[in-house]
Structures are given as structure tokens and as C-alpha cells.
Design a protein around this ligand. Structure first.
Ligand code: SF4
Length: 275
């Protein structure tokens, strides 16, 4: 039997998710994909290269790759060695080169060199999973087919308390249920920016975070000091959702509020007679 969250709790989460989306929109008004590209084909190639690699590194590699192989036809005709040499610094370069050439060949063979516009067709291309398909359709064609769940989105949505899942497919399902489709594309882009600038893995800058009052900080130690007022509905507090896990909402006890320990009275040694 599939367990679902109680409707009241789900509604509170929905309000929380939409408040997060609004706060992100205020702080990151320009929501853009960080991978540089000039057309959908380039975006697809760059996204394939971005697996297990930073966007900055991919952006260093792609100008020369696209200069030498600007079209699916050109990339399909490239040798494995040529492509490997160009993408070597992005890691897993043999598999990535193979996927790039296979993707280009499939576009030429089955799609007249154009990119298909459905998740089903895209995920049949070599090296293209659901995340890549969502990135491409959302960014290149403005089609909201889902929420892109990369490593930042996965980590931060758990910290926020918007999901308990760790599997990207299940996280996407949770987010799709919480956010309206018009938020799906930008929510991911903005959360990725946020993960690079503020909610940094292993050292999130919570004190400077515009989402602090909306965030469960699930699994993190309490901050030293009172939280600003959240304005969230009382039903929005985590409870049984995270049963068994370390509670992120332990009462915050300020050091100054703790009474100092009294020094132990020194043992009085009896005075000797005559002293
Ligand atoms: S409050 Fe902290 S944990 Fe929550 S999103 Fe901001 S930086 Fe991340």
C-alpha cells in the first residue's frame, strides 16, 4: 500500500514550496541555465558532458567542441579519439565521447538532425536520462515536463523539508505535486544557483540565507540564537514526517540564557588548634 501524506500536511508543504519559489525568484530574478549554449543541440551535448562534472569545466570544453563539430551531422562523423581528446578534462571521457557520438548519430538517423521534443524520445538517445531530458525541454523549448533534480536540488529540497526521498525520480514526483507547472523550470535553475552561492554542501550559510524562515534545516544542528519569525502556518512544522530522525527544530538555547555553574565550595580544612 502506498502511504501518502495527510492532506493538511501536504497543503502546508505546498504553501511552503510556493513561498520558497517566491523567495528564490526575488533573490535570483534571472534564472538561467549555467551551461553555455547557442542552440538546443549544443545544450544537449553540454548537459551530457555535465554528468559528474562542474558546469564551469564543461563551459571551458564546449567552445572548441562546438567549433569543430557544430552540428549533429559533424559530431556523428567525428572519430571516437577526436571527441575523447576534446572532452577529456570533464571525466569519464570515453563514455561521454561515445554518448555524444551516439546521440548525434541517432539524431541524424531518426530525427532528421533535429531534437525531438518529448521525454520518451529524448531518453532513447544515448547518454540522455530523465534529468537531461527535463533540462533540455525546459531550457531550450520552455516546456515544463518535470522538475530537474540534480545534486543541488536533491540536497536542498531535503534540507528545506520538501521531500524525504533520496531517489531523484521520487524527489521530482514530490516537487511536481507541490509546485505549479509554471514554476518547475525556474525553481530548479534558482535552487542550483542557491546551492552554489548560499546553501553550499557541507557549509550552508544559513545565517545569510533568504530561505531561513522557510527551511526545516532537516538534519542540521540548531543555530545558536533565536530564529526570525517564519510566518509559516503552525501545521507546517515537521513532526511525524521525520519520525525517528534527528529533529531540526530543537528549542534553541542561547548560551547567555544558561545559568553559569556555581563553583564548588572549597573544602574547609579544620584549623589546628593554636593557629
Ligand atoms: S536555511 Fe540553511 S539549510 Fe536551509 S536553504 Fe538556507 S542555507 Fe540551506
Amino acid at each position: 500500500m502506498v502511504r501518502t501524506r495527510a492532506p493538511r500536511r501536504q497543503e502546508a508543504r505546498r504553501q511552503q514550496a510556493q513561498a520558497v519559489a517566491q523567495a528564490l525568484a526575488q533573490h535570483y530574478p534571472v534564472a538561467e541555465c549555467a551551461l553555455r549554449h547557442e542552440n538546443p543541440f549544443q545544450l544537449l551535448a553540454a548537459t551530457i558532458l555535465s554528468a559528474q562534472c562542474t558546469d564551469e569545466r564543461v563551459n571551458l570544453v564546449t567552445p572548441e567542441l562546438f567549433r569543430q563539430f557544430p552540428t549533429p551531422q559533424a559530431l556523428a562523423a567525428a572519430s571516437q579519439e577526436e571527441v575523447e581528446r576534446l572532452v577529456q578534462s570533464t571525466g569519464f571521457f570515453r563514455a561521454k565521447a561515445k554518448n555524444l557520438r551516439g546521440m548525434a548519430q541517432a539524431l541524424v538517423d531518426h530525427h532528421q538532425g533535429e531534437l525531438p521534443r518529448t521525454v520518451d524520445e529524448l531518453t532513447k538517445l544515448p547518454g540522455v536520462g530523465r534529468k537531461t531530458a527535463n533540462v533540455l525541454l525546459g531550457t531550450a523549448f520552455g516546456m515544463a515536463t518535470g522538475v530537474v533534480v540534480d545534486t543541488h536540488v536533491r540536497r536542498i529540497t531535503r534540507l528545506l523539508g520538501l521531500t524525504r526521498n533520496t531517489d531523484p525520480v521520487k524527489i521530482e514526483r514530490d516537487l511536481v505535486a507541490l509546485l505549479p507547472p509554471e514554476e518547475w523550470i525556474n525553481f530548479s535553475h534558482r535552487l542550483i544557483h542557491h546551492g552554489r552561492r548560499v546553501c553550499i554542501a557541507r557549509r550552508p550559510r544559513c545565517a545569510d540565507c533568504p530561505l531561513l524562515t522557510l527551511c526545516d534545516r532537516f538534519g542540521l544542528k540548531p543555530l545558536p540564537g533565536p530564529l526570525p519569525s517564519s510566518g509559516r502556518a503552525p501545521t507546517d512544522q515537521p513532526s511525524s514526517d521525520h519520525a525517528g530522525a534527528k529533529s531540526p527544530r530543537k528549542p534553541i538555547v542561547r548560551r547567555s540564557a544558561v545559568a553559569p555553574k556555581r563553583p564548588k565550595p572549597k573544602r574547609q580544612t579544620p584549623k589546628r588548634s593554636g593557629e
